[in-house]
Design a protein around this ligand. Structure first.
Ligand code: HEC
Ligand SMILES: [Cu+2]
Length: 406
């Protein structure tokens, strides 16, 4: 045994060195944890506090690991069997009050080091600071999407929650069906939406930005497809956005004869103050989701839309019972089973952030919702239940209509 292990040692050393090198390489290259849902890159006070707590716990446990591992390794090396040892076991000992007391005191101390910031952190995340001034958003979980209501502002929207940067956002969490969990990794940790129980949390964003988020509690067939987005805006842009949300759905008038003096081209176009001027409209979703979101808020230039096709889409929306489940304020649809679509054309994503909100993707969604998002209620209750059938031409008109709803 002794002979064979000594002949193997160089191989083991080489393997160990290789392992360490690989770890180091991962450490300095790929292992950045910088994805859009990373909890280590924080962009708000709540997430920052929670990540700080994570690091405190991490370093305490690393310390324990190294100390215990070190003592274990030392004992194994020092007391291992050597050639020529006889087989009699060493003298047995039992009990060492000083060591035992020392271990109890040390572990208590380590627990206290973790407990103090934990208790402080719990208090911090439970109490929305500056509660008077905080913006209230009521979040309701549905299988498999999120509704966002702003009771003080009278706004209802879905799947993309817009918040201002200058103040805390007090979030009330409810669910219409099963347990869901609200999670915006870069802004705050998870909190559950529980049936028949009001829950709350708060978060705040340091800067204007665009954040990935998702339901973090298994909630059925399309749980993995229940995502959402959070957009933070500076106060001026937020005010402009909320003004816009209060307006009824946009109606695209066909360009009328010049004699009436009224032309769609005369209508003021809506655009956020911070959005880049037209011409930079190439900002793709992949390059900069935030710039893309800002671009999506702007109305299309007058005359660039097919008013007849949009009108046909509007008609189909009502004929095909889409309005039984969806609200388009001002256009005669007041359903409340699915997301509010009054300003759907200004969203960057669709079907709870499963797809980017492009014409092709919206086409895919309307032709085959179940293929995009298995088991979803629009398909189960709507397409199957109401026997909704759409031709490709119908869908083209619906896409034009839905995208005109800026
Ligand atoms: C039975 C109710 C119901 C009917 C009928 C219905 N929908 Fe939906 N719709 C939903 C639900 C529920 C969702 C959310 C699905 C999900 O993401 O899980 C949805 C999602 C959508 C979305 C994506 C919204 C977003 O914020 O991402 C669009 C667009 C849409 N529906 C359009 C339509 C059109 C057009 C019709 C008619 C052809 C229609 N719906 C018919 C219930 C319905
Ligand atoms: Cu869910």
């Amino acid at each position: 045994m002794g002979r064979s292990s000594s002949s193997r040692t160089p191989t083991f050393r080489r393997l160990a060195a290789l392992g360490l090198a690989a770890l180091a390489l991962i450490g300095c290259t790929g292992f950045q944890m910088s994805g859009p849902q990373s909890t280590l890159l924080t962009e708000g006070p709540v997430a920052r506090m929670q990540t700080g707590l994570f690091y405190i716990t991490l370093w305490v446990t690393v310390f324990i690991f190294i100390t215990v591992g070190g003592v274990l390794a030392y004992a194994q090396l020092k007391f291992r069997a050597k050639p020529g040892d006889d087989d009699t076991p060493p003298e047995q000992s039992h009990g060492h009050p000083l060591v035992e007391m020392g271990l109890i005191v040390a572990s208590t101390l380590l627990l206290v080091i973790i407990a103090i910031p934990t208790v402080k952190g719990i208090a911090f995340q439970e109490d929305t600071p500056d509660r008077e001034n905080a913006l209230v958003v009521k979040v309701t979980g549905y299988q498999w999407w999120f509704k966002f209501e702003y009771p003080e502002l009278g706004i209802v929207t879905a799947n993309e929650m817009v918040i201002p940067t200058d103040r805390p956002v007090h979030i009330e969490l409810r669910t219409i069906d099963v347990i869901h969990s609200f999670w915006v990794p870069r802004l705050a940790g998870k909190k559950d939406l529980i049936p028949n129980r009001a829950n709350h949390m708060w978060l705040q964003a340091d800067q204007p930005g665009y954040y990935w988020a998702q339901c973090a509690e298994y909630c059925g067939e399309s749980h993995a497809n229940m995502k959402f987005r959070v957009v933070s805006l500076d106060p001026t842009d937020f005010a402009a956005w909320s003004q816009r949300q209060l307006a009824d759905a946009r109606t695209v008038a066909a360009p009328v004869a010049a004699t009436t003096g009224l032309d769609a081209a005369d209508m003021p176009r809506f655009q956020l103050a911070s959005a880049k001027p037209a011409g930079t409209e190439g900002a793709s979703y992949a390059e900069s989701p935030f710039a893309h979101w800002q671009m999506m808020q702007a109305e299309p230039t007058a005359g660039s839309e097919d008013a007849a096709l949009i009108a046909r889409g509007h008609q189909l929306f009502q004929q095909k019972s889409c309005g039984a489940c969806h609200t388009v304020r001002g256009h005669g649809s007041m359903g409340n089973i699915g997301p509010d679509l009054t300003h759907f054309g200004a969203r960057t994503t669709l079907a709870a952030a499963v797809l980017d909100n492009t014409s092709e993707n919206l086409h895919r969604w309307l032709i085959d919702p179940n293929g995009v998002k298995p088991g979803n209620i629009m398909w189960k209750q709507g397409y199957v239940g109401y026997n909704i059938q759409l031709t490709s031409a119908d869908v083209d008109a619906l896409v034009a209509y839905l995208h005109s709803l800026k």
